[in-house]
Write a protein that binds this ligand. Sequence first.
Ligand SMILES: [Zn+2]
Length: 253
Amino acid sequence: MIDTHCHLDVPRFDEDRSAVLERAWAAGVEAVIVPAIGPDAWEPLLGWPRRDKRVQVGLGIHPQLVPSLPEADDAKHLERLDALLARDEAIAVGECGLDAASGQIERQVRILKAHFALARKHGKPLLMHVLRAHPQFRDVIADEPMPEAGLLMHSYSGSADLTPRYVKYGCHFSFAGPVTFVDARRPLDALRSVPLDRLMVETDAPDQAPHPHRGSRSEPAYVPLIVEAMERVRGEPVRDAVTTNARRFFRLE
Ligand SMILES: [Zn+2]
């Protein structure tokens, strides 16, 4: 199995990062994808796949971080992102996206469109965070040509009704801990609405820990718990499909 979205570089893993990875490999996780949150993370993250190919990284600017970065630096950051992607060490562009609760949504849209352009230019897939901003995101994908390498809606929060529209654009979808919660409704309907060949799994660690770890720090070793819940909800095996889909999408060996 492959954890397609986890933030193992954040300080909450400083104490035991290598033990966390060991537990993941022991649980049957073969690779993890770590998307950057912002410019400070880019250079340190690039060192990781050089040390261990099972850890692959994406480079981008998380929409929740946008309001805390000086707008005057946007062009400079995007130029540096372009240069780092050209090294071909990161396998994806992201994390990027839109988050309505974080503010400055028009600036988020401008930065997101720049990420689309970089994904097309460098032939890499986009790792997308869309929260309470699906109308604005639909406007972006109506304008912006899809990168050939595709787009992954991480921790998909759209409604089941919205899924076919994203499927038509070629999007993939990953699901995290909330599909294991006993009181979950909306994420389960969304999970059932995704075609099996577009489905992936993630932990979004350290956030969104699955049942029975809800509320504590999540980690990639919990991927099997999420896969089991996905299989219960859909009433079919998904383990091989989510793994094959992730290998193909990220072009992993
Ligand atoms: Zn994330």
